[in-house]
Design a protein around this ligand. Structure first.
Ligand SMILES: Nc1nc2c(c(=O)[nH]1)N[C@H]1C(S)=C(S)[C@@H](COP(=O)(O)O)O[C@H]1N2
Ligand SMILES: [Mo]
Length: 254
């Protein structure tokens, strides 16, 4: 770790330790404390990166460890006419859009994605709701897609826009975002296969994100578009994801 970063972390840690535990109620209403908690989010991320550096790998399992069934959670079949039309046609007309702060905006079909380098990994999925499942995922490393698109220097996050409206309206569509360290991590893939078969609709067909060092809600299903951005502050609720906008952590390290 760079000495300057260590100093900052030490100072912040000392500051957090100095917060008295009593009177939390009053504290949580104080604007400066809310701001400090906001500031603790990048700190959480920094601490996580020290504890498990960006090169660390999530554990991988063997075929004997596979869950008999990989359950579905959240949306199991998007209530969206456009999506239903695409699904009826076996996603032959679906294209993944890659846009935003990239040199070459892309529109990739499933065939295009399958022709790119692929990676298969058996990992455990942990959902905040308290269940886990082990599955074998096959897909294209996100890094390969980003290399083809050419990220511009200003890009800091990747935002994933999904097909499924959570509350009936297009504005309530599921979305997620990740930073560049996870985006270029070798286990971060755009998966089109689960347990040796095409990805089922219940698990996010035709394409879902796998970010193996984070919790299940980061793993956007039904991905339609990826946008490279400098900031996600002006997207939807501004917190970087559907569940983040409702109070979940943006960096959901396991
Ligand atoms: N588009 C979309 N992606 C999503 C969700 C969702 O409802 N919609 N749910 C999330 C949650 S909370 C979990 S645990 C996993 C569930 O993935 P699975 O259905 O393959 O089990 O997807 C995540 N990605
Ligand atoms: Mo979840």
């Amino acid at each position: 770790m760079r000495p300057s970063r260590r100093r900052t972390l030490n100072r912040l840690a000392a500051l957090v330790a100095a917060i008295p535990l009593a009177g939390c109620d009053k504290l949580s209403r104080a604007p400066w404390f809310t701001r400090l908690l906001g500031a603790a989010e990048p700190l959480n991320h920094a601490v996580q990166r020290v504890v498990s550096p960006s090169t660390s790998m999530a554990r991988e399992f063997t075929p004997a460890d596979l869950s008999p069934e990989f359950r579905s959670n959240g949306t199991a079949d998007p209530e969206n006419d456009d999506y239903q039309d695409l699904a009826e046609n076996g996603f032959a007309d679906w294209k993944l859009e890659v846009a935003g702060l990239v040199e070459h905006p892309l529109a990739l079909s499933l065939a295009d994605l399958r022709a790119m380098p692929s990676r298969t990994q058996i990992t455990r999925h942990d959902c905040v709701e308290g269940w886990s499942a082990i599955g074998q995922w096959t897909g294209v490393p996100l890094a390969a897609v980003l290399q083809r698109a050419g990220l511009r220097r200003e890009a800091r996050y990747l935002v994933f826009y999904c097909a499924d409206p959570m509350e009936g309206t297009p504005e309530s569509a599921y979305y997620e975002s990740i930073g560049l360290d996870d985006a270029f991590h070798p286990q971060t893939i755009l998966a089109y296969g689960l347990n040796g078969r095409d990805l089922p609709v219940a698990n996010g067909a035709p394409l879902r994100l796998r970010v193996e060092r984070q919790l299940g809600y980061k793993m956007a299903k039904y991905v339609m578009r990826i946008e490279a951005v400098e900031s996600f502050a002006r997207i939807a609720g501004g917190k970087g994801g559907y569940w983040e906008d409702r109070g979940y952590e943006w960096y959901a390290g396991i």
